[in-house]
Design a binder for this molecule. Structure first.
Ligand SMILES: *[C@@H]1O[C@H](CO)[C@@H](O)[C@H](O)[C@H]1NC(C)=O
Ligand SMILES: *[C@@H]1O[C@H](CO)[C@@H](O)[C@H](O)[C@H]1NC(C)=O
Length: 349
């Protein structure tokens, strides 16, 4: 099974996530057969990762189960782009050809690494794991701009999740020690930082008649959508870099551009245009994708279909309409037929 090259198939999310998540998440529950079997069957892990996997089978299962969430976040963020964050099995195997060291790859690493942190911290808070729970340092009292408060409830233990993610996710890149590994490490870290950025203090008021003279607060992660939105912004502003001469850091390709910060995504190579079908990598091209005739953005037919044109088909669908409220308490609607035009990109001839 160990066919996966180090290319885009980094640790496990990219290695099998994109492959199996839509098919069957239960793959992961092979864990019941024993962590040895499970960990030995995850393709593309380096020794350190296999070791961590065997030591923490429940953590691995939690991460595997969370994978579909960050993949669907990635697909949401790219739903209107030519590259829509899907990958076929073949693309997994030969993905390096298609995706190169592009900014799409930068995004994939960042959101996967963020996803591991998010999933793990949430599993800890929910009491799903023996190895962690709520943040134990959030006890006693503290202050914020509104005054003092008592720690209470369950603060998400993001630091623990970040440490595990660093140890596990980065292990592969630490072994490779090439330019590509530097790029991946940088983007992994930017992803983890993005989750931290959206931690916020949530409080409950106590005291006479809601006076809020006493507050209990906990530190909570925000919805993962915020992390996705943020990383998408970083994707747009990603910085193209080269590896410096001693191979320890980056120099930017265009000297008039800004130096990448730790929060920026970095990439080496320009993206392919993703227009055409690529047999070698299994990329489907954009033929058959739905596009928007009036949009001037990336989802517009002109851009999405790469100038090949599009087919329009008239489809009718039934919707609920003329809904009326009847006392009490029914809403009664009529079924209305509605015809809409569906535009789909032409494929290659
Ligand atoms: C992504 O695009 C491919 C073809 O370009 C299509 O087959 C696939 O259904 C799309 N996936 C999503 C999630 O939209
Ligand atoms: C198509 O694009 C236009 C202009 O951006 C937008 O107003 C409209 O809602 C879009 N239609 C669909 C079906 O997304």
């Amino acid at each position: 099974m160990n066919l996966l090259p180090s290319g885009i198939c980094f640790y496990l999310s990219v290695a099998i996530g994109w492959l199996t998540a839509e098919v069957d998440a239960s793959w992961w529950y092979m864990g019941t057969l024993g962590s040895q079997v499970m960990c030995d069957n995850i393709p593309g892990l380096v020794n350190r990762q296999r070791q961590l996997c065997r030591q923490n089978p429940r953590v691995m299962q939690a991460i595997g189960a969370g994978m579909k969430d960050w993949i669907s976040e990635c697909q949401h963020q790219f739903r209107n782009h030519r590259w829509n964050c899907t990958a076929t099995a073949r693309e997994q195997l030969f993905g390096r050809l298609l995706l190169r060291s592009s900014r799409e790859v930068a995004f994939m690493y960042a959101i996967s690494s963020a996803g591991v942190v998010y999933t793990l911290a949430r599993a800890c808070s929910q009491g799903d794991l023996d190895s962690c729970s709520c943040d134990p340092t959030k006890t006693g009292s503290s202050r914020d701009s509104r005054g003092s408060f008592d720690w209470g409830g369950c603060s998400d233990h993001v630091e623990h999740a970040v440490r595990f993610s660093q140890g596990f996710v980065d292990a592969k890149e630490r072994k490779q020690r090439d330019g590509r590994a530097l790029m991946n490490l940088h983007n992994n870290r930017a992803g983890r930082k993005a989750v931290r950025r959206f931690m916020s203090l949530e409080c409950k008021c106590h005291g006479v008649s809601g006076s809020c003279s006493v507050r209990t607060c906990w530190l909570a992660m925000a919805d993962f959508r915020l992390t996705g939105d943020h990383l998408k912004k970083r994707y747009r502003g990603a910085v193209q870099v080269n590896v410096n001469q001693d191979g320890t850091g980056f120099t930017h390709t265009h000297t008039h551009f800004k130096r990448p910060s730790k929060n920026d995504l970095v990439y080496f190579e320009d993206s392919p245009d993703y227009c055409v079908r690529d047999h070698e990598s299994g990329w489907m091209g954009t033929g058959g994708r739905q596009c928007n005739r009036t949009s001037r953005g990336a989802d517009g037919c002109e851009v999405l279909c790469c100038g090949r044109g599009y087919d329009t088909s008239r489809v009718s669908r039934t919707t609920q309409c003329e809904c009326k409220f009847h006392w009490c308490c029914d809403v009664i609607c009529r079924d209305c037929e509605e015809t809409i035009d569906l535009n789909t990109c032409k494929g290659h001839t």
